[in-house]
Design a protein. Structure first.
Length: 246
């Protein structure tokens, strides 16, 4: 899922004359995975995130010289969580290669919002919801890629601008910036944190950058990922967020 931010400035010159300028926020997450001997065995790149209102307000406050906490080396953290999965009621059926999801004894209309992510617990994967037709019928935004079948399913909330942190309740970890980060080069800003052997050993479904080591800080953004990944000891994973504005 690609989530980009777009900014629009409108400047009025004279009566009824305007100039529109657009800025494009282009984020990319990079995860470097090292084994217990610090040998690199995988690199993943993930596009997108959603800017959160509290993060935008913090940036604007800093821009005008107001009182706010900077996203500096001393303050900034990358946060990772499992997304706060919640079990859905009833029995839910997913079919490999199909966008149709059906339920028995389910309450889709009240439990699921368009844009949320759902998945069969046994498959360990999630997919985004495109539409909710009824309490027993859902359409996914892309064909279900896992085995499918019937059983218990979970929901993970989509990124929404009013959120104020990771949605995970237990399985979440904030790691401090590596030395010399964040960095700015031209129109690109880079945050980087290292999750050592004992840090972040849980499912990775959501990502954020915050100016504190907990949800009590101001979160700049949130990204929800459909791919299943679980960090385990003794692995070390290095996470970067590169943001270009053009």
């Amino acid at each position: 899922m690609r989530e980009n931010g777009f900014g629009k400035d409108t400047v009025a010159i004279g009566a009824g004359v305007g100039i529109n300028e657009h800025a494009k926020w282009q984020p990319k997450w990079i995860i470097e995975k090292y084994d217990g001997n610090m040998r690199l065995y995988d690199v993943e790149e993930i596009d997108g995130n959603l800017l959160l209102n509290e993060g935008i307000t913090e940036l604007f406050t800093l821009l005008i010289g107001g009182s706010a906490t900077t996203f500096s080396n001393a303050n900034a953290y990358i946060g990772i969580g499992d997304g706060g999965p919640t079990n859905l009621s009833g029995t839910i059926t997913f079919t490999n290669g199909s966008t149709a999801v059906t339920g028995s004894g389910t309450s889709f209309s009240s439990q699921i919002t368009v844009g949320d992510f759902i998945g069969l617990t046994a498959d360990g994967a999630i997919a985004q919801v495109q539409s909710v037709s009824s309490n027993t019928s859902i359409t996914l935004s892309a064909p279900y890629s896992k085995s499918g079948g019937s059983g218990v399913a979970v929901r993970i909330a989509a990124a929404v601008s009013t959120q104020t942190g990771l949605q995970a309740t237990i399985n979440k970890t904030y790691a401090p910036m590596d030395a010399t980060f964040p960095q700015v080069s031209g129109n690109t800003m880079t945050f980087r944190s290292t999750f050592g052997p004992t840090a972040g050993n849980h499912e990775w479904r959501e990502f954020t950058v915050a100016n504190s080591n907990s949800d009590s800080g101001k979160n700049l953004n949130r990204k929800v990922e459909t791919a299943a990944r679980v960090k385990v000891e003794p692995d070390t994973w290095v996470v970067q967020l590169l943001v270009a504005i053009s």
